[in-house]
Design a protein around this ligand. Structure first.
Ligand code: ADP
Ligand code: MG
Length: 605
């Protein structure tokens, strides 16, 4: 028998070009990745103006010209060598990276998959030098004249790696991605001017002096830019600044949540979670807020070297950071005017362009007629539609109407005057100082109930309605298992539940405010909340989530006829509440039309 040894290639070092092409596979996927690396280099070089010309979506040509520090002729070969950088010299430097690049791989990678040309002249020196690099082969360095700064041309991307080239998309798509990269960097770096052309036409431009709001306006339009609310807070040497958008700008994805850390655009899950928490209760489930936020902090307190594209970070003190960010942003978000503006509807109906921004100074719901003294002060009576439930009240009480109780003392100062009109048993029309508002009675009452519940919870004073006979709700073993660890916390919000057999939950009592609620539905809300808040939710998170989900069960419904007095007490309670602009699920409670809007609608202007 012959013993055949299968033929086997010997182990060998890869040629430099192949190494660089493999490295390019990590970071250079498409024209937009080249654009990102080149613009970052220009920014690291301290450029104040960056000019970018693209052809065929960047596949045929990417040319970048900057007015940065430049590269001395002798160092040009090194700029194209792999693992060669001027931004890092030893391991310790990795702990406090202040530049956008530091891996020293980008130019080597790009030059291995495209035809490149560079000219560079160091600031303050008389002459520069140029070089050509093709498929990784460095040409001769030639001294030559030219402006201070650096110009790099990248042609025929992936000319020698056809497999990559096949994955490129249509020109418009590649261009879109290039623009997206530039726009993000332009938003991250106020102070730097950008010009982008595509096939000879101007595609994007911001001047160096434009601030963040002006850059958002240029990139995403005036309507968003003018509606943004500013944020500016500091925690030690960490500064958070930027803008949060009103909830009505929410989208299905997080692409307009832009975070910048020391001038570096980030995409990080934890930062999306921060915004989710900051907007909780102001945005409907599944939608994502819009925000432009810049963090400046000591580079030593954050690790950016966790991913080759450097878009993710690790904060050294993540818990503190998270708390600081959520609290600051939530405060900013709650200052936003969340009423749906009638103006937009009128513009759409009349097919008009939105008019020039009138800087609308937002003050919480303007009392309609308050300043005018009434001849005879009429005190609003306390409105209680039914006696408080006795502990033993029968389950039938669950169908009674909700409270619209008003404390008389508070009411006097806050009374809502002027005519009110209920429309479709669902909406309340109310005159404001300069127009009118349409209030969704259910959405508003739900929010007020939520805030009341939270206040009661904080005081430890949740009123419970116990049931003589517990109601048994079949949920299945897995769900019962899920809820069990939270029974004690649930009792604190007045939900007295117990496990009964393997797959059944017994409802022994519910918050008195929930007398309308169907116990089975409540239990299922609890399960959904536990599922949603994740593996081991803190009691506070879980309670808040459940309060949000259940507040609507004890509120006036769309379709409930309200007396004038009830409307008045509802609206005056809203006045006392700092936070009544959205319902517990994040839908707006009001649509507002100003006199100016009406003038527009009637073609008076
Ligand atoms: P990195 O940015 O990680 O250092 P690169 O391969 O992108 O690696 O660039 C290599 C080096 O070339 C940089 O460290 C820098 O010194 C120099 N360089 C690249 N682009 C520019 C530029 N536009 N202006 C000045 N220097 C540059
Ligand atoms: Mg770089």
């Amino acid at each position: 028998m012959s013993h055949e040894v299968p033929s086997r290639p010997a182990i060998a070092q890869l040629p430099e070009l192949v190494k660089n092409q493999i490295a390019a596979g990590e970071v250079i996927e498409r024209p937009a990745s080249v654009v990102k690396e080149l613009v970052e280099n220009a920014l690291d070089a301290g450029a104040a103006r960056i000019h970018l010309d693209l052809e065929e979506g960047g596949v045929a040509l990417i040319r970048i010209v900057d007015d940065g520090c430049g590269i001395p002729p002798a160092e040009i070969p090194l700029a194209f060598a792999s693992h060669a950088t001027s931004k890092l010299s030893d391991v310790a430097d990795l702990d406090h990276i202040a530049t956008l690049g530091f891996r020293g791989e980008a130019l080597a990678s790009i030059a291995s998959v495209a035809r490149c040309r560079m000219f560079s002249r160091v600031r303050g020196t008389p002459l520069g030098a140029s070089v050509e690099v093709e498929g990784g082969r460095l040409g001769e360095i030639r001294e030559s004249g030219g402006p201070e700064g650096t110009r790099i041309e990248v042609r025929d991307l992936f000319f020698n790696t056809p497999a990559r080239r096949r994955f490129l998309k249509a020109t418009a798509t590649e261009l879109g991605r290039c623009l997206d990269v530039v726009q993000r960097l332009a938003l991250a770096q106020p102070g730097v001017g950008f010009v982008v052309t595509h096939d000879g036409r101007r595609a994007f431009e911001v001047e160096p002096a434009m601030d963040l709001r002006a850059r958002v306006r240029r990139t995403f339009g005036a309507e968003l830019a003018d509606a943004l609310a500013p944020v500016e807070v500091r925690d030690g040497d960490t500064v958070l600044s930027g803008f949060v958008a009103p909830p009505r700008f929410a989208r299905n994805d997080t692409t307009r949540q832009m975070w910048f850390l020391n001038g570096r655009p980030l995409r990080d899950k934890i930062l999306s979670r921060v915004l989710k928490d900051a907007y909780r209760g102001f945005i409907v489930d599944g939608r994502q807020s819009v925000a432009f936020l810049s963090l400046s902090m000591d580079p030593a307190k954050v690790d950016v070297n966790v991913h080759p594209a450097k878009a993710e970070v690790r904060f050294r003190d993540e818990r503190r950071m998270f708390g600081f960010l959520v609290a600051s942003l939530r405060a900013a978000v709650s200052t936003i005017d969340m009423a749906t503006p009638g103006e937009r509807m009128i513009d759409a109906a009349l097919r008009r362009e939105p008019s020039a921004p009138v800087a609308r100074q937002f003050t919480l719901p303007a009392p309609a007629w308050e300043p005018r003294p009434e001849p005879r002060e009429r005190e609003l009576p306390v409105l209680v539609r039914e006696p408080a439930p006795s502990p033993a009240s029968a389950p039938t009480a669950l169908t009674a109407s909700p409270d619209l109780t008003v404390a008389p003392a508070a009411t006097r100062a806050q009374s809502v005057r002027g005519p009110l009109l209920q429309v479709g048993r669902t909406y309340i029309l109310q005159a404001t100082e300069d127009g009118f508002e349409i209030v969704d009675q259910h959405a508003l009452h739900e929010r007020l109930t939520l805030e009341d519940l939270k206040a009661e919870l904080a005081r430890g004073a949740v009123e419970v309605q116990r049931r003589l006979v517990p109601e048994l709700v079949e949920v299945g073993g897995a769900a019962a298992e899920l809820v069990e660890p939270h029974l004690e916390a649930l009792a604190r919000i007045g939900l007295l539940l117990a496990r009964f057999g393997s797959g059944t939950i017994a409802v022994h009592g519910v918050p008195a405010r929930f007398r309308r609620a169907d116990p089975a539905a409540l239990v299922h809300e609890v399960i959904a909340a536990v599922e949603r808040t994740g593996a081991a939710p803190g009691a506070e998170d879980l309670l808040e989530e459940i309060l949000h989900r259940t507040a609507c069960r004890s509120s006036v419904m769309a379709g409930d006829e309200l007396s004038e007095l009830e409307m008045r007490s509802l609206l005056s309670r809203a006045r006392e509440e700092s936070n009544s602009q959205t319902c517990a699920h994040g839908r707006p409670t009001r649509v507002r039309f100003t006199l100016a809007d009406l003038e527009k609608a009637f073609y008076r202007r």
